[in-house]
Design a protein around this ligand. Structure first.
Ligand code: G6P
Length: 365
């Protein structure tokens, strides 16, 4: 059952390892890309001209990844905004916008009030992506998608995040198909890649022994930098958030290209630099960012995948996933970062499932 730890030491570890199942359950028996996946029988999604994603914490990073997918596949402009900021800002409403609330709990006060605020401004086309069926967000939205992560107990979100990403990728495919940007072959290929995700996630989970060795080095650090580019920048942000939440190590994420505009000043041999380096079009640029770090004595911890020619060398540690996962790569690359935060926290002896000062669901603004 959901509340039994089984062979795991903490709920967070259990939930990290449940991700192949959670993703498979969220996909269910899906055979076609159809707006009905989001409860849309009235053509709401077909009519939207912009997307605004509102969320907090880890859920907002799912939105930030989805922005890349929706813009690239469906060619619809996407904004992602922290719910508390949107809620309190004098923004310009646009009724043609699809407003998406992404939330594990469906009860986060800032996200809920941001969605209500958008509605009050006339933005009534709203989609809730939540992990709790009867939650306030799911009740109030006209369109909804239930992720099937199952009950998540660890305060730091893991399996809810990867299932939110699956939901958002499906949405990108729906919007693309409606706009004539997804032919039958592409639809089959994307669905096949989605069905392969549980296997890909297993491969990422299998890096755990290597990550335990890395975590040992991280326990003695006070700071860490996380780098990524493109749709893996939000994954770097999520890695940094996880590390600070549960291990209490100060961690910051930067888009790798911004390194030279500030954080490079912090890089010494005391600063571990964790990098998400999949084999995508940004790899060459990323490699030169990594050289900038090495030249200042920074120690690199690189998560890469097939065919990148990034090898371990003095000052460079590398863990390689066996395949490159294309557009779905962020869903796979987040797993080793979750494990790194988890094992660092365990080695530091923190209360992993209930980090100090944090709550699972923040129901006050
Ligand atoms: C809290 C939790 C985070 C979570 C965030 C948003 O801060 O500790 O893990 O990402 O709330 O929660 P939600 O339920 O809206 O996804």
């Amino acid at each position: 059952g959901a509340t039994e730890l089984g062979p795991y030491r903490h709920y967070m570890q259990k939930e990290i390892f449940e991700q192949p199942r959670a993703v498979a359950d969220t996909l269910g028996g899906i055979e076609h890309i159809d707006p009905a996946l989001f409860g849309d029988s009235a053509g709401t999604l077909a009519g939207v001209r912009r997307v605004l994603i509102l969320a907090c914490g880890t859920s907002s990073y799912a939105g930030a990844v989805a922005r890349h997918w929706i813009e690239a596949l469906a060619r619809i402009p996407v904004d992602v905004e922290t719910a508390s900021e949107y809620r309190t800002r004098d923004s310009v409403p646009d009724p043609e916008t699809l407003v998406i609330g992404v939330s594990q709990s469906g009860e986060t006060a800032d996200t809920l009030s941001a969605l209500r605020h958008a509605r009050a401004l006339g933005m009534t086309r709203q989609l809730a992506i939540c992990n709790v069926a009867g939650s306030a967000m799911m009740r109030e939205a006209s369109l909804r998608f239930l992720t099937h992560a199952g009950v998540e107990i660890g305060v730091a979100s893991t399996k809810a995040f990867t299932t939110q990403l699956v939901a958002l990728f499906l949405l990108a495919l729906v919007l693309a198909k409606q706009r004539g940007r997804l032919d039958a072959q592409a639809e089959r290929d994307h669905l096949q890649a989605l069905r392969h995700l549980p296997v890909a996630l297993q491969a990422a989970l299998a890096t755990e022994p290597q990550i335990i060795a890395w975590a040992e080095a991280f326990t003695r650090k006070n700071n860490a930098l996380f780098l990524g580019r493109g749709m893996h920048f939000p994954i770097a942000q999520e890695g940094a958030l996880k590390l600070k939440e549960i291990s209490y190590i100060h961690a910051e994420a930067y888009p790798a290209g911004e390194l030279k505009h500030g954080p490079l000043a912090l890089v010494t041999d005391e600063m571990p630099v964790v990098t998400v380096a999949p084999n995508d079009v940004l790899l060459d640029k990323l490699k030169s960012n990594l050289q900038e770090v090495r030249a200042r004595g920074g120690e690199l911890y690189v998560f890469t995948d097939a065919g990148t020619r990034i090898e371990a060398s003095p000052g460079v540690h590398a863990i390689r996933l066996p395949e490159h996962y294309g557009l779905l790569s962020p869903i796979v690359h987040v797993v080793p970062l979750q494990l790194l935060a988890y094992h660092t926290a365990v080695a530091r002896g923190t209360d992993v499932d209930k980090p100090r000062n944090l709550a699972k669901s923040v129901t006050v603004e």
